[in-house]
Design a protein around this ligand. Structure first.
Ligand code: MN
Length: 440
C-alpha cells in the first residue's frame, strides 16, 4: 500500500443562525455568526499546511436546506482555495442539506466530488505522484429523512487492494439526541470490509472502533451549550501497511464549555463573585485566541446553597459578570481581538447542597453515621485504609498499568480518596432523603 494522508470532517453546519442567545452584545453575536465560516477557513488552512492528499466531508455541510447564498458562496470560496492547492474534496449531504433542498445550484468545481443518492465509488490519488491510494464510496441524503440502513449498500471491491473509505451520514447503534436516520449497527460497518468509515451526523467526537476505523469527528464548530469542548477534524495518516493514525485538530472559532465552581468554604456572595471572576480570567489565559462561552456549574456545600435556591441571586451574579466582560469591548487598544479575549458567562447550573452537620452525623446511629465513622477511622488506621482502598479498587487489578498506579499511591492519596468517597456518599444519601421527604 502507498502511504497517504487525508482529512475527515463532518457537520460544518455553515451559517448556523445562533438564535436564542439573549443578552449578548452585538459584536459577540456577529462573532458567533461568523464562527462556522471561520472554522471552515481553519479547515482549509490545515489541509494546505498538512499537505493533505484529499478531504472527506461527511454531510450537513449547510445548516439549513434553504441554505443562504452567503453560505454557498463562502463554501465555494473555500473549495476554490483548496483547488488552487490541488486538494480534492469528497462530499456527501445529510439530513440538514439533502440533495432535494431548494438552494441555488452552484456548479461544483472539478476537484469537488459530491456523491449522489445511491452509493458511488471513486479512486483517489496521492497528490505527489498521482498514484491511486484509496477507493472512496459515499451516499447523500436525497431528502431530509432517510429511514433505511444505507450502510448495507456499500460493497468492497474484492479485486481492489486499495484502502477503502466509506462516507456515511448515519446514526450508529441508535445514539441519543440525534434523529435515527440511516440507522445501522457497529457490526454492519465492521463486517463491510471497509477500512475507514468516515461518519457524520452525531456531533460528539468519537472513535467507535479501530481497524476498521469507525469515526465521528464531531462538528467543526460547537453551536450551543449542548456542544461543549474542542471541535474540529481528524488528520488521518495511512502507512504502507494500511495502518491508520488519527490526530484530532481543533478548528473552532468559539468554544463552549462548562466550568465547575465550588461553594464549599465560601460564606458570602462577594466571595463567590470573586471566585467566578478568577475562573473567567483563568479561562482567558487558555483561550488561544478563541471567544469562550461558559456555563458555571456550582458544586459543593455551604451557606451559599440556600441563597442560590431562589434563582434571582444566580441571575444577578451572571449579569454582574457579563457587565465586567462587556467592558473589554470598550478597550480600543485590543482592536479586533477584544471579542476573542472575552469569556462570556452564559448561565449557571446549581448543583450545590446544604451544609451538613458532620459532627452530628458522626454521632448518629444510622448507615450514614456508620459510614462516616469508618471513613474517619481509616484515616488513622493504615491497615483499615489499605483494606478499604484495596477492595474498592480490586476491579482494576487485572490491568497491569492500573495495578501499578494503585501500588504507587501514597497513603495520603488513599486517605483523600476515602474522604472524597465519604463526602460523595453523604451528598447522595442526604439528597435522596430530602427528596424522599422527611429527614429524621
Ligand atoms: Mn449535523
Amino acid at each position: 500500500m502507498i502511504p497517504f494522508r487525508f482529512i475527515h470532517a463532518a457537520d460544518l453546519h455553515l451559517d448556523s443562525p445562533f438564535a436564542g442567545m439573549s443578552g449578548v452584545p452585538d459584536k459577540l453575536r456577529q462573532h458567533l455568526q461568523q464562527s462556522t465560516f471561520a472554522a471552515l477557513k481553519h479547515l482549509v488552512e490545515l489541509a494546505i499546511a498538512e499537505q493533505a492528499d484529499f478531504i472527506v466531508v461527511s454531510g450537513d455541510v449547510y445548516d439549513a436546506s434553504d441554505s443562504s447564498l452567503r453560505a454557498q458562496l463562502r463554501l465555494r470560496e473555500a473549495w476554490d482555495l483548496l483547488g488552487a492547492h490541488g486538494i480534492p474534496v469528497y462530499v456527501i449531504h445529510g439530513n440538514h442539506d439533502p440533495l432535494n433542498a431548494g438552494r441555488l445550484r452552484l456548479a461544483h468545481p472539478e476537484h469537488v466530488m459530491v456523491f449522489g443518492s445511491a452509493v458511488e465509488s471513486v479512486v483517489a490519488q496521492r497528490r505527489s505522484d498521482g498514484q491511486p491510494v484509496a477507493v472512496i464510496s459515499g451516499i447523500s441524503y436525497p431528502t431530509s429523512a432517510v429511514r433505511e440502513n444505507t450502510s448495507l449498500q456499500f460493497r468492497r471491491d474484492p479485486s481492489s487492494e486499495l484502502y477503502h473509505i466509506g462516507l456515511l451520514h448515519a446514526n450508529v447503534d441508535g445514539q441519543e439526541g440525534h434523529d435515527a436516520y440511516s440507522p445501522c449497527s457497529l457490526r454492519d460497518l465492521q463486517q463491510s470490509g471497509y477500512d475507514y468509515w468516515a461518519l457524520g451526523h452525531i456531533h460528539k467526537r468519537q472513535i467507535l472502533h479501530e481497524a476498521p476505523w469507525i469515526v465521528y469527528p464531531g462538528n467543526l464548530q460547537g453551536r450551543s451549550m449542548k456542544e461543549t469542548g474542542a471541535k474540529g477534524c481528524y488528520v488521518v495518516d495511512v502507512d504502507q501497511y494500511g495502518r491508520a493514525e488519527l490526530s484530532f485538530r481543533a478548528l473552532d472559532h468559539v468554544r463552549w464549555l462548562e466550568a465547575e465552581l465550588s461553594i464549599t468554604g465560601l460564606s458570602s456572595e462577594e466571595q463567590l463573585r470573586d471566585q467566578a471572576e478568577e475562573k473567567l480570567d483563568e479561562l482567558r489565559e487558555q483561550s488561544e485566541g478563541r471567544l469562550q462561552i461558559v456555563r458555571f456549574v456550582l458544586t459543593g456545600r455551604g451557606p451559599l446553597h440556600a441563597m442560590l435556591q431562589t434563582g434571582s441571586e444566580g441571575e444577578e451574579l451572571i449579569q454582574e459578570l457579563r457587565r465586567r466582560e462587556s467592558r473589554l469591548l470598550e478597550i480600543e487598544e485590543l482592536g479586533m481581538d477584544k471579542v476573542a479575549r472575552m469569556v462570556w458567562p452564559a448561565g449557571l447550573k446549581v448543583r450545590t447542597g446544604f451544609e451538613l452537620d458532620r459532627e452530628a452525623l458522626l454521632r448518629e446511629d444510622s448507615f450514614l453515621g456508620e459510614l462516616l465513622r469508618l471513613a474517619d477511622s481509616a484515616e488513622r488506621e493504615e491497615a483499615l485504609l489499605e483494606e478499604i482502598v484495596g477492595s474498592a479498587l480490586s476491579s482494576v487489578s487485572d490491568h497491569r498499568r492500573l495495578r501499578q498506579l494503585v501500588r504507587e499511591m501514597e497513603a495520603e492519596d488513599k486517605a483523600a480518596l476515602v474522604r472524597q468517597a465519604a463526602e460523595m456518599a453523604m451528598s447522595l444519601l442526604t439528597e435522596q432523603e430530602t427528596k424522599g421527604g422527611a429527614r429524621r
